[in-house]
Design a binder for this molecule. Structure first.
Ligand code: ATP
Length: 330
C-alpha cells in the first residue's frame, strides 16, 4: 500500500526580462507587452503540508521565512527589507494559488498549510511573488492529487490558473527562456544553449509596478505608441548559443526610463556596474533591481564581489533555469 504524502516541496525561479517592449494601454487599462523572459537560478521554495488535525474552516495557512543564507535573508537582517511587506492572508499569491488548485480539483482547502522560503527580494522586478504562486501551484497540485488519488491537473491547466493569478506566473511554471505576449501570459518558448551569467543588484527601496506604468503613461500620452515592438530575432538568436557580447547590445526595457524617473539614483548604479566591467546593465522588469550581464561566470563573481566590497548587495545568478518543479515529498 502506498502512503499518501503529507508534504510536498516545490521551487520556482526568479526572472529578468531581456526585452520588455510596452504598447499603449487597451480600454481596460492593460499594457500589451512583447517581452523576452529569462528564468534564473535564484529560486523560491514552497512546502505544502496537509494537516488533518487543523480545524476545518481555517482556510490555507501561510508562513514565510527568509531562505537561510540568501541575499534576501541578509537584506532582512540588515533592515533593508521587511518580512512584514509580505501579506500573510488571502492576498498572498501562494495562498491564492493553493486555493485555485483546490477549487479546480474539488478538494477542501482546510488543513492545508504553506511555508515559503523566500530568496527573491520583494517588489524588486524579479517576480518573487509570481515564483511563490508557481511553486505553490505545483506543490499543491502534487500533494492534493496524490492524497486524494486523483489525476494531477495538466501543465496547461496549471498555466491557465497561473495566468489568473499574475502575468508572470505562467512563465515561472515554464522556466527557461520565452517570448511573452499579451500581458506576458501568451508564451512561446525560445531555444537556448549555454548559460548567461548575471548579477542582480537589489535596491533598498521597492518600486510599485502600477506606479512605473503610470509614469510610462504620463511620458507617452494616451495615444501612446500603439502595439509593442516585436522581439528582435537577433536577441533570441543570442541565446542559442549564449552570446553575451551580442546580447549586451540588444537588451531593451521600455520600463527603464519611467523607473529611472521615479528613482534617479538607479542611473548611478547602472553606470557604476559598467565601470566595474559589466557588458551592460538594465532595470529588471519594473525595477528597482538592476541586472548586469557579465561575459563569464568568473567575471560575474568578480563583479558581485566588487559591489559587495562597497557594501552593496549583489547576487550572481545564471540563466536559463528550469521552471517550477517538485523537489521533495514525504
Ligand atoms: P511584479 O513585477 O509582478 O510586481 P515583483 O518581483 O516586483 O513582481 P513581488 O516580490 O512579486 O514583486 O511582490 C509585489 C507585491 O506583491 C508585494 O509588495 C506584496 O504586497 C505582494 N505579494 C503577494 N504575495 C506575495 C508573496 N508570496 N511574496 C511577495 N510579495 C507578495
Amino acid at each position: 500500500m502506498t502512503v499518501a504524502p503529507r508534504w510536498v516541496t516545490a521551487s520556482a525561479p526568479a526572472k529578468t526580462n531581456l526585452l520588455l517592449h510596452v504598447g499603449s494601454p487597451t480600454p481596460d487599462g492593460y499594457h500589451p507587452l512583447e517581452t523576452l523572459f529569462l528564468a534564473v537560478d535564484l529560486r523560491e521554495t514552497v512546502t505544502a503540508t496537509l494537516d488533518p488535525a487543523r480545524d476545518a474552516g481555517e482556510g490555507v495557512a501561510v508562513t514565510v521565512e527568509p531562505a537561510p543564507g540568501s541575499g534576501y535573508a541578509r537584506m532582512v537582517a540588515e533592515g533593508a527589507a521587511r518580512l512584514s511587506d509580505i501579506p500573510l492572508d488571502a492576498r498572498n499569491l501562494a495562498v491564492r494559488a493553493a486555493r485555485a488548485v483546490c477549487d479546480a480539483v474539488g478538494a477542501s482547502e482546510s488543513g492545508l498549510a504553506l511555508h515559503i522560503r523566500k530568496a527573491v527580494p520583494v517588489a524588486g522586478g524579479m517576480g518573487g511573488g509570481s515564483a511563490d504562486a508557481a511553486a505553490a501551484l505545483v506543490a499543491v497540485n502534487d500533494l492534493v492529487a496524490r492524497h486524494l488519488g486523483i489525476p494531477e491537473l495538466a501543465p496547461e491547466e496549471l498555466r491557465r490558473l497561473g495566468a489568473e493569478l499574475g502575468a508572470d506566473v505562467p512563465f515561472m511554471l515554464l522556466g527557461g527562456a520565452a517570448v511573452g505576449r499579451g500581458t506576458g501570459t501568451e508564451l512561446q518558448p525560445v531555444p537556448t544553449d549555454g548559460l548567461l551569467h548575471l548579477v542582480f543588484a537589489p535596491q533598498d527601496r521597492g518600486l510599485s509596478t502600477p506606479a512605473v506604468y503610470r509614469r510610462w503613461d504620463a511620458a507617452h500620452g494616451l495615444s501612446g505608441t500603439g502595439a509593442p515592438d516585436p522581439a528582435s530575432p537577433r536577441a533570441l538568436a543570442a541565446l542559442d548559443p549564449a552570446d553575451p557580447g551580442a546580447l549586451a547590445a540588444l537588451v531593451r526595457n521600455d520600463l527603464q526610463a519611467p523607473a529611472l524617473h521615479l528613482l534617479p539614483e538607479l542611473a548611478d548604479v547602472l553606470e557604476h556596474g559598467a565601470r566595474l566591467g559589466a557588458l551592460t546593465g538594465w532595470v529588471s522588469g519594473s525595477g528597482p533591481t538592476v541586472c548586469f550581464l557579465a561575459p563569464t561566470d568568473d567575471a560575474a563573481r568578480q563583479l558581485a564581489d566588487a559591489l559587495a566590497r562597497e557594501g552593496r548587495l549583489a547576487l550572481p545568478v545564471n540563466g536559463p533555469a528550469p521552471g517550477a518543479r517538485v523537489d521533495a515529498r514525504g
